[in-house]
Design a protein around this ligand. Sequence first.
Ligand code: ZN
Length: 330
Amino acid sequence: MKTFSQISPYQSTIRKAVHSNGIGLHTGKRINMTLSPADANMGIRFVRKDLGTITPIPAFMNRVVNTTMATTISEGKASVATTEHLLAAINGLAIDNITIEVDGPEVPIMDGSAGPFVNLLLGAGIRQQKSYRRLVKITREISFRDGDRLISINPYDGFKVTAEINFKHDTIKRQVYSIVLTPQKFIDDLCRARTFGFLEDVEKLQKNGLALGASLDNAVGMDRNGILNKEGLRFDNEFVRHKIVDIIGDMTLLGCPILGHIVAYKSGHSQHLKLMEAIAASPEAWEFVELKKNGQLSVLNKFVARTMEAGNRFLPILTPATSKRPVSAR
Ligand SMILES: [Zn+2]
């Protein structure tokens, strides 16, 4: 009997609405955010509350409009940047359905990690729903190469991520880390790992009116001599752990949980999107499944769909059917 390590068969949402606010990395302005429960099969949706009555933005790969430094998604005139750390927290805690309202063009950066979002979600409480999750089970390797960057996904009975980064900078150098994801492991080993940047890059960006909110309160900052943050690092290998947070956040945009092992070498947001597109273009290399509980274990329940011929039907299959329904901002 095949078991799938601690993957919930059922969809989840949060128990109640919760609020937070913080600085936007790019605008440097304060942004208010509300996370609310959503019905089963509604998926993850962003709403730009400051734009009045508009169509929500589904957290889905075909809504990605920019992967420079952060992952930005949009629908019509509405866009939301810096989605990846919040999406990582949602995915890391195995939450499927949630509505995220923001009153500005980006998710607040908080402390540069997924930790504050995890605390917010745990504070709201997580509620299991009656509907089964539909998971993408990888059955053959799918890979994408981009110069010396390489990302692949392989069959695995769970969700595992291995990442390697390699920077010339002495503080980072080569780091490799691998994790089989469960909510508890996401909380203990990943969520507190912060984003990082080099002082000279930030100075350049800020001269061009970008990254106006970037500071040592929301990133590990480095110059030629080492780390600028007085408090130092949260983990010896905080950099590669954060890379895995980014991968988990971006891969949320596939629209359903993954049974597979992602192996990423020097990847960034752009390569993560390309991997999702490669999965969509390779229906012979995965299938949709549902799991069921057998005691404490999750086991395969049934194949929902084999997609050998589905090819260009992949996107409609994954896109939440309800994603076009407009909602009004409260
Ligand atoms: Zn990040």
